[in-house]
Design a protein around this ligand. Sequence first.
Ligand SMILES: Cc1cc2nc3c(=O)[nH]c(=O)nc-3n(C[C@H](O)[C@H](O)[C@H](O)COP(=O)(O)OP(=O)(O)OC[C@H]3O[C@@H](n4cnc5c(N)ncnc54)[C@H](O)[C@@H]3O)c2cc1C
Length: 432
Amino acid sequence: MNYIANIPEAGYKKRLVIIGGGFAGLELAKKIDKKQYQVVLIDKNNYYQFQPLFYQVATGGLEPSSISYPHRKNFQRNKNFHFRMCEAQSVDPEKRIVKTNIGDINYDHLVISTGCDTNYFGNESLKETTFALKSVSESLLLRNRILLSFEEALSAKDEGELKEILSFVIVGGGATGVELAGSLADMKKSILPKDYPEIDFSKMEIHLVDASPRLLFAMSEEASAKAAKTLKKRGVIIHQDISVKSFEKPYVEISNGTKLRSRNVFWVAGVKPNSLAGLDESAYNRGRLAVNEFNQVNGYEDIFALGDTALLISDNSPKGHPQVAQVALQMANNLAKNLNNTIKAKEWEKFTYADRGSLATIGRNAAVADLGKFRFGGRFAWWLWLWVHILSIVGMRNKVSVFIDWVWSYLNYDVSLRLFIRPKFNKMYKEE
Ligand SMILES: Cc1cc2nc3c(=O)[nH]c(=O)nc-3n(C[C@H](O)[C@H](O)[C@H](O)COP(=O)(O)OP(=O)(O)OC[C@H]3O[C@@H](n4cnc5c(N)ncnc54)[C@H](O)[C@@H]3O)c2cc1C
């Protein structure tokens, strides 16, 4: 027997169910007119996560609570809004039902904005042996792994084991890989030697392994070259155009035959869409949900997809859009406008993406920016990166706390969050 999730009746309003409260889902839930629609937002977590700053949590620069925001707090004063913390499992488009682990939820309009998860490109054993960075909890796990390394280094049995403990292998030369490598290099230079005076940090190695021809492949060649130059100057060893073949602890084998001995392999090499069962095969293209310019999923009038999980191929975007926050936000805004206009019988507007450019930071005082014709790097790009991120973080308290943490660490060449906090098993979290 199917359980029905306990959500109040929508009455004369249409029920809009949004699966996933990330960049796209949250923006849509905020912008939709709740006088016209009853909104049901469901998410695996009861909070929103600001993914671009996961690496800062991982390297002790920010607290997880500074980049997360509770969904319920966002909608405290909204009458026709209901949040349920649950996992969507499948969709039954005939019956217009979403099946979740707390029961079935019926919908009039369904929006799928489930984002992506880490892609191991078929090598699933890497999931068990490497560390990913796709959620706040993974960022904390990575932070613990980094901190634990230095504690372990103090009791290394021999030089070989010391090398293994002090080697960090980051796989993936996109923005996350570059940011993580730059941040570790900053820690190596100005923070770790003060905390661990007994360790010889000249033995710490940071490897960045990237399968594409250049770092930051989605950005301009100038940005890639600047990023590579800065990272090399800061001691990062770059393995370009080289992929990871296997990781049989403690050796990472890379495609040129080299074996890197390491306990710390961080996998930030790619993403794959989070998909749900129940939709026809024709709804998918390259694993993503194929949508038209109104974000309707191929073959379904009342099902929409937004953000990373959606693929919109059109004359304006023959290859689809990049999987970045701006695309998710803009798609959500366009859909909100169209759904809100339905009652006024206004014609729907097609989605067009306004590219506002890209920024990536490489560490203290160093970033690269591609803003249309303007391509630059260095301190100014870094300040711009800081402000853009502070403005984008959800919640005033979070903006202030990130600002204070960043000013503090800039002035003191330090990050203050080097706490190794381990969860203890508690039967409260055990699944029945
Ligand atoms: C480490 C990292 C750094 C990044 N840096 C940048 C950057 O600097 N600039 C940039 O523009 N982009 C960046 N991105 C990409 C950007 O974060 C994504 O493009 C954006 O989050 C996509 O938004 P979304 O709404 O599609 O998905 P998400 O924001 O991922 O949200 C998906 C939501 O769906 C929920 N969910 C998933 N499956 C289910 C389910 N079955 N049931 C219920 N809930 C579910 C998840 O819990 C999540 O809340 C980065 C991504 C990562 C991982």
